[in-house]
Design a protein around this ligand. Structure first.
Ligand SMILES: CC(C)(COP(=O)(O)OP(=O)(O)OC[C@H]1O[C@@H](n2cnc3c(N)ncnc32)[C@H](O)[C@@H]1OP(=O)(O)O)[C@@H](O)C(=O)NCCC(=O)NCCS
Length: 236
């Protein structure tokens, strides 16, 4: 089991190691969650990742494969983490960005609890991760408590959580939009009713806030960690 000694960030997009260690295993409802028509279920994602994979073409004609993280992705995920600029790391801080973290994440994949969707391009013979979107199929305790204080109960059965990131040179290319469209379709098919930001968003992060608003997110509250944040939620 991976144990992080890193401090909790509790900025935008919380430290998921804490989540992994403190939350109960997926509920029966999560494990059995499936969409009969589309023939998909959370349990399937690890075994049949092709069911939630998709080839897309960006507006700039670049071909990108969307697929969930696999156990053998540690090297390309680590390269992605190490490539992120300090600016992006300051905005997107769910966990440390190093090879050890990538190794640990690839060793603890559990599709009944979460999905880490990768966007992958081919650069010559090399595969490169150019975006990494985390979805939790449960509610992180820290966010649940905050929302309770604001009078908005969150529900593991109908609320999922998201923390998105794209490589610096792929931000603003339409990649995030296309990944989100893919995910929204998936969340709906699985019966989720709302998407809640994981750990909120920095108030100065205009790019991400514009991105969230485009998908119907609305601000529900403000809170301050190391800096002021908004918490945002969207109906599906
Ligand atoms: C947030 C993020 C994942 C969005 O992905 P992206 O690929 O840059 O987004 P897209 O280019 O697909 O843009 C999608 C929408 O976001 C909005 N958007 C994009 N750039 C924006 C900007 N600079 N200002 C305001 N809105 C913006 C637009 O509504 C856009 O829709 P449109 O193209 O139809 O106009 C990406 O920018 C990123 O990784 N940012 C740094 C990390 C981060 O902040 N993560 C979130 C932490 S809470």
């Amino acid at each position: 089991m991976f144990l992080s000694k890193e401090p909790l960030y509790f900025s935008s997009c919380v430290n998921l190691y804490k989540v992994t260690r403190t939350l109960k295993p997926g509920s029966d409802l999560q494990r059995e969650r499936k969409n009969q028509v589309m023939n998909i279920s959370l349990v399937d994602f690890d075994v049949h990742p092709e069911k939630v994979s998709k080839q897309i073409v960006l507006p700039n004609k670049r071909e990108v494969l969307l697929r969930p993280l696999r156990p053998d992705d540690a090297s390309i995920l680590g390269t992605y983490f190490l490539s992120l600029s300090q600016e992006t790391r300051n905005l997107f801080a769910p966990h440390p960005f190093d090879q050890a973290t990538a190794d640990a994440l690839c060793a603890q994949i559990d599709s009944t609890r979460e999905m880490r969707l990768l966007a992958i391009v081919k650069e010559g013979e090399i595969e490169r991760v150019v975006a990494y979107f985390i979805t939790l199929f449960y509610v992180y305790d820290g966010d649940r408590k905050r929302y309770e204080e604001w009078g908005i109960p969150l529900n593991d059965a109908t609320d999922c959580q998201i923390a998105p990131s794209a490589a610096d040179d792929y931000q603003g290319t339409g990649l995030g939009r296309m990944m989100m469209e893919h995910l929204v379709e998936l969340y709906r098919a699985l019966g989720y009713q709302r998407i809640v930001l994981l750990g909120g968003v920095r108030q100065h992060n205009e790019q991400a806030i514009g991105f969230y608003k485009r998908f119907g997110f609305r601000t529900v509250a403000e809170f301050t960690t190391k800096a002021p944040n908004y918490h945002m939620i969207a109906n599906l």
